[in-house]
Design a protein around this ligand. Structure first.
Ligand code: DGJ
Length: 737
């Protein structure tokens, strides 16, 4: 492996590979000064130093050093109180009761094996080197260890920080960001993804304002309100142009990504635990580790930025066991029957599933003891004796006897007040003394920071999975946290509860995944309310949204694709009219909106399936035939206008190039538009099966392919046309010959 980390004698550090260079140095004062994050450099140690300002009206003397102010010094890990007034990476309270710390360089080392993060998921280190730099506040005995990992083959940099209390007094940790990135003054935009239930991943781009922009969550899940992903873009960046910096976290709870434009227009990006409503009491001799932050850089626009993420996430974050493994197609009972489900219906849906050619039946909500609607029974994980008299292991065996796989839905982190579990353990929920807990979907959140709760959940799930016939688990989580407190923690530690909850959840998932490595877990939280790299570390795919209307879902998949590969997304053909927005759409458009997701399927009742059986069978055959292609390939957003979307998906071997084109509203006599393919082999020949035409790669990329239009007359003459009407979709498949 090439040397990925260089260090000069005067303590300049460079982490670099073919995709980027990241450089910082130790100043004469001992401050870690950031020097460069951007494209690769032939001599990364030789980048220019940041100029010192000799004449100014800010505090110009840093702890006795004249003409040095941290306010305009780009830093690796800032603290508060010694001349930097920007939002700091670290903020805490020391034994004297003040919040002034000064973290100065102490030591460094390079390690070949990426250290795991204590109790937290993190990216796999194969093919990487890690630079560890320690900073120390000697006055208050706080050591901060910064970790930087660079891989030979990926454009991603991983960072985290660890705090160690070397004093004999408590230190309260308030800001413990995982990473800080100080970028030079420039004309930037912020790209972020916001939303709510059924409207996740709306992309917003705004000019980076003076002051501070924060994407964050205090809801106990990373949340659909703001996904933990923010990119800083060179103003005007497109899919193929501009410098772009992406930041995300391997974490699923309360996070913040803060972007601040300081008084000298320089930009600070902080990523980590949300400092709002957070306090961690660090006892003498104790250690606290932050979640992992990930950064990537592209000098060639948003498309290349996404490719860096996609390659890295599927190779180094998502579970190795399912890497490049084609996913089963499935029939999910939720929109087929909701709570009106029983053993006979599951078996009859299994027969139907066989007829239309899907691989797996997933029994969604409504199967456990007393669960007839959403008012009861979460927490009681035995099968309902009336509606599922044979029990889950026997049902799973019956489904499998038909040659299908079997999957099941659970929502382990929750309890309904109307349940045996709550009657036995009312203290097991998140709550605060003497205050009535708020209900969300009639349910309460279990306190996963408690070992007894984790054990109960492990045993409950173990009882379901140990039969050996469950191939897939949909892990749902349908409310956010309120009255966040734990009966198991002392008064002074109550604000640790949300992070301790996450540590408990990860400990439970570690145990389950280790016990059942072959089970395919699908992450869900009312759709995409916890769609992040923390959950993805355990669950190779996720239910990105309850929005199955294709036009709604296009925006959601398109937004999420900026960070996530479609390998980790699930999509199914739901009912029409759609149950969330009432839109009527064709089976074809409903399928094609999710055609490039690795996991595909159907959630329709018997009557709906019967009415469209031939078409559904055709699309499920297409899903079967293409499932090996829909893992590990390359996804490109090749067109996006108010009315149109076109996506290109190239299989991993480059042999098959799929292109889906959607228009929302139909129009007569439309202009002849083109789509320009990307990433093809210029001189290779590609055969378009429908038109029987052969194109060269360079022609498809440079000259483009005319897109079909709606035309009743052309339909009649057999020319390739867009299906008539609104919300229509077209699929091109090119094979390299
Ligand atoms: C919310 C999920 O997003 C749905 O797909 C479904 O599983 C329901 N929960 C079941 O309660």
């Amino acid at each position: 492996m090439p040397d990925l980390i260089q260090i000069s004698d005067d303590l300049t550090f460079a982490l670099s590979n073919a995709h980027f260079a990241y450089v910082f140095r130790v100043s004469q004062e001992g401050v870690l000064e950031h020097l460069h994050y951007g494209g690769p450099l032939s001599d990364p140690l030789g980048v220019p130093r940041h100029p010192r300002r000799m004449n100014r009206h800010v505090v110009p003397t840093f702890q006795g050093t004249p003409y040095y102010s941290l306010s305009d010094t780009p830093q690796e890990y800032s603290s508060f109180g010694t001349s930097d007034y920007r939002f700091p990476a670290f903020h805490g309270q020391n034994a004297d009761g003040n919040t002034v710390f000064s973290l100065l360089y102490e030591t460094h080392e390079i390690v070949e094996v990426k250290p795991p993060l204590h109790g937290l998921p993190s990216s796999r280190g194969d093919g990487s080197q890690t630079l560890i730099v320690t900073l120390h506040d000697r006055l208050h005995g706080l050591r901060v260890t910064l970790s930087y990992t660079v891989w030979a083959d990926y454009g991603v940099l991983a960072r985290s920080a660890t705090f160690e209390n070397l004093s004999d007094h408590d230190i309260d940790l308030r800001h413990v960001f995982s990473s800080a990135l100080d970028l030079p003054a420039d004309d930037y935009e912020i790209q972020h993804f916001h939303g709510t239930w059924s409207r996740e991943f709306n992309e917003e781009r705004i000019a980076l304002p003076q002051g501070r922009f924060v994407a964050d969550s205090a809801r106990g899940t990373s949340s659909s309100a703001h996904n933990p992903y923010v990119a800083i873009l060179q103003a005007g960046a497109t899919e193929s142009f501009g410098r772009c910096y992406g930041t995300t976290l391997v974490y699923s709870g309360n996070f913040a990504i803060s972007v601040e434009k300081g008084e000298f227009d320089d930009v600070r990006v902080l990523a980590g635990l949300n400092p709002f409503n957070f306090n961690w009491r660090l006892k003498p001799g104790k250690i606290f580790t932050t979640p992992e932050a990930l950064h990537t850089f592209s000098g060639r626009g948003l498309g290349a930025l996404s490719h860096h993420w996609h390659d890295f996430i599927r190779d180094r974050v998502s579970p190795e066991r399912f890497r490049h493994v084609p996913r089963p197609t499935y029939l999910n009972t939720w929109e087929a029957a909701y709570f009106d489900i029983d053993e006979d219906k599951v078996l009859s849906l299994a027969e139907t599933a066989k007829q239309i050619g899907v691989d797996m039946v997933v029994l969604d909500d409504g199967w456990f003891d007393g669960r007839q609607d959403d008012t009861s029974s979460l927490g009681d994980w035995g099968a309902d004796p009336v509606r599922f008299p044979s029990g889950i292991p026997a049902l799973a065996a019956k489904v499998k006897a038909k040659g299908l796989k079997f999957g099941i839905w659970v929502e382990p982190e929750m309890v309904n007040p109307q349940s045996q579990l709550y009657a036995q353990h009312p203290d097991w929920i998140l709550h605060v003394p003497d205050r009535v807990p708020s209900l969300g979907r009639n349910q309460l959140t279990l306190d996963l920071s408690r070992a007894d709760v984790q054990d109960y959940l492990f045993d409950s799930l173990n009882a379901i999975l140990s039969c050996g016939d469950v191939d897939y688990v949909k892990w749902d989580m349908n409310r956010t946290m309120t009255e966040v407190g734990s009966a198991a923690l002392p008064r002074k530690r109550q604000q640790e509860t949300p992070h301790r909850y996450m540590l408990g959840l990860y400990a439970l998932l570690d145990r389950l995944v280790a016990s059942y490595p072959e089970v395919l877990f699908e992450n869900c939280a009312s759709g995409g309310n916890r769609f992040d790299l923390g959950m993805l570390s355990y669950m190779p795919q996720g239910w990105i949204s309850d929005m199955c209307d294709p036009i709604g879902r296009l925006a959601i998949i398109g937004g999420a694709s900026h960070l996530f590969p479609l390998d980790v997304m699930a999509a199914y053909i739901g009912p029409s009219p759609n149950h969330q927005n009432g839109r009527v759409s064709s089976v074809r458009t409903r399928f094609l909106a999710g055609a490039f997701c690795a996991a595909r399927g159907v959630s329709l009742g018997q009557a709906d399936i019967a009415a469209h059986q031939r078409e559904l069978s055709d699309w499920m055959r297409f899903a079967q035939d293409t499932k090996a292609d829909m893992v590990g390939g390359r996804f490109d957003r090749v067109k996006k206008t108010e009315n149109e979307v076109a996506w290109q998906y190239s299989s991993r071997d480059g042999q098959t190039i799929y292109l889906t084109y959607f228009h929302s509203l139909s129009g007569p006599n439309m202009p002849a538009r083109r789509v320009y393919y990307v990433g093809l082999e210029p001189t290779a020949a590609y055969h378009h099966a429908d038109s029987k035409v052969i194109y060269r790669g360079d022609a498809l990329m440079q000259s483009g392919l005319p897109l079909p239009r709606v035309s009743a007359r052309e339909v009649a003459s057999g020319v390739q046309c867009m299906p008539e009407g609104d919300f229509s979709a077209y699929l091109f498949v090119l094979r390299r010959i």
